[in-house]
Write a protein that binds this ligand. Structure first.
Ligand SMILES: *Cc1c(COP(=O)(O)O)cnc(C)c1O
Length: 427
């Protein structure tokens, strides 16, 4: 059977398939660049695993306190070597990215300290952690004040505002690499390095944390290579490689990571406790696969931007823009188009392909939200997924794909559903 017939069997028709192939014909050079980054990062991960002499004995499960867990300790050294940091905390007891960020912040801020975000408002879920939106146990409740310097209208850093916001009490500066669900640009590691250098020139010794969610392995360097004291992320995004079923990481200086470990477990216990419960094979293997998985997700994002921009939809980042994370926003202009797009993503999934996503109410959102995901790991957004709030400009945020070919099918089917419903046409 020829390739198109395989796709036809999955619900695609020839016009959309051919449109996709035409778009892809122009992307060969871009994709080569992505593969080169993945190759570099694969070597980086392999070197760290070999240096730390990972053996099959390090995959053994521990229970109870988890004292002397050599597999856990070596995994943390592998992460520290890849991120070029003194120390790392990589644990299934860190339940998600928000938890990792919350641990990193609350461990390294004390009552009376000030936290500064020089890149505008942080990710939604962090607003309650910080207390921007009041919540029990927020940093604000513990007497940590928050300041923010907004980006300039063109999305660049407002250095004057940042200098003015750094004061005697500024203890920690938090920088979010990915735009998340905002419309600002994501930042390259180079840009983050410039911002860190500026902040440290204004206040030497200030601690800088980078929310690295969705950014890992997109470039050959990480924020910890350009001066960040802590980089923090989720294992059900990039570095889990799709295999980690839970977890988060914090890589950074020994003193910052020690404090995080005391916050996560208890003062006095720190990194010494925390049974791995048999999860280490998925953590090791997922990290090993992550550079390739991220490359597939990036190809999907770039393909989507090129396909949809060519059809007249606004894409953020744009079709030709360089990438700093794996998220692609597409402004579809109507609720019906958002639903059709998400139906296509869902229909392409290996799991729950028969389900139809519909808009629904979500805690923390003032409009309804639609979500498409057919994932092996619940809520995993390194797997192919799309979601967005039902409000103008009716943008879907699309990310992930454990393999490039699955991402490609999902994007093509999203367009097929739009065409089937008369929401998009081309000749
Ligand atoms: C996903 C994300 C988080 C939170 O991670 P969860 O695992 O969903 O808690 C924080 N910051 C950014 C930029 C993210 O993309």
């Amino acid at each position: 059977m020829e390739l198109f017939q395989m796709y036809e069997q999955l619900g695609l028709r020839r016009a959309v398939w051919e449109r996709g192939e035409a778009v892809l014909a122009d992307l060969a050079q871009r994709f080569r660049g992505i593969d080169q980054t993945a190759e570099y990062n694969q070597a980086k991960v392999l070197a760290a695993m070999q240096k730390n002499r990972i053996g099959a004995n390090h995959f053994a499960a521990t229970t109870g306190y988890g004292y002397d867990d050599d597999g856990r300790e070596r995994l943390e050294r592998v992460y520290a070597d890849v991120f070029h940091t003194e120390a790392a905390l990589v644990r299934p007891q860190i339940t998600c990215g928000t938890h990792a960020l919350s641990v990193a912040l609350s461990a390294n801020l004390l009552p009376g300290d000030e936290l500064l975000s020089p890149v505008g408002a942080p990710y939604d879920t962090l607003q309650e952690v910080i207390g921007i939106r009041p919540s029990p146990c927020s940093l604000a409740e513990y007497g940590v004040r928050y300041r923010q310097a907004d980006l300039k209208p063109d999305g660049s850093f407002d250095y004057d505002a940042i200098r003015a916001a750094i004061g005697p009490k500024t203890r920690l500066i938090t920088i979010q690499r990915s735009k998340g669900y905002a419309t600002r640009p994501s930042f390259s590691v180079g840009q983050i390095g410039e911002l860190i250098a500026f902040c440290k020139s204004v206040k030497p010794g200030v601690t800088v944390m980078v929310d690295n969610c969705y950014g890992e392995f997109v470039e050959t360097i990480e924020p910890s290579d350009v001066g960040a004291d802590m980089v923090v992320g989720s294992l059900i995004k990039n570095p889990g490689g799709g295999l980690a079923p839970i977890g988060g990481y914090i890589c950074g200086t020994r003193s910052c990571v020690d404090r995080c470990a005391y916050r996560l477990s208890a003062p006095g216990l720190g990194q010494e406790v925390g049974a791995n419960l048999g999860i280490l094979p998925a953590f090791y293997q997922g990290f090993f696969l992550s550079p390739t998985v991220v490359a597939g997700a990036l190809k999907g994002a770039i393909f989507a931007a090129n396909l949809y921009e060519g059809l007249g939809f606004r894409c953020i980042p744009g079709a030709a823009a360089p990438r700093s994370d794996i998220i692609q926003a597409v402004e579809l202009g109507s609720e019906a188009a958002m639903c059709a797009f998400c139906e296509g993503i869902q229909a392409a999934a290996p799991v729950d392909s028969f389900a139809t996503p519909v808009p629904g109410d979500m805690p923390g959102y003032d409009s309804q939200v639609i979500m498409a995901a057919g994932a092996f790991v619940q809520g995993s957004s390194i797997e192919l997924s799309a979601d967005g709030p039902i409000r103008p400009p009716y943008a879907v945020y699309f990310q992930g794909g454990l393999t490039w070919h699955h991402a490609k099918l999902g994007i093509l089917l999203s367009l097929q559903k739009m065409v089937d419903k008369g929401l998009c046409s081309f000749s």
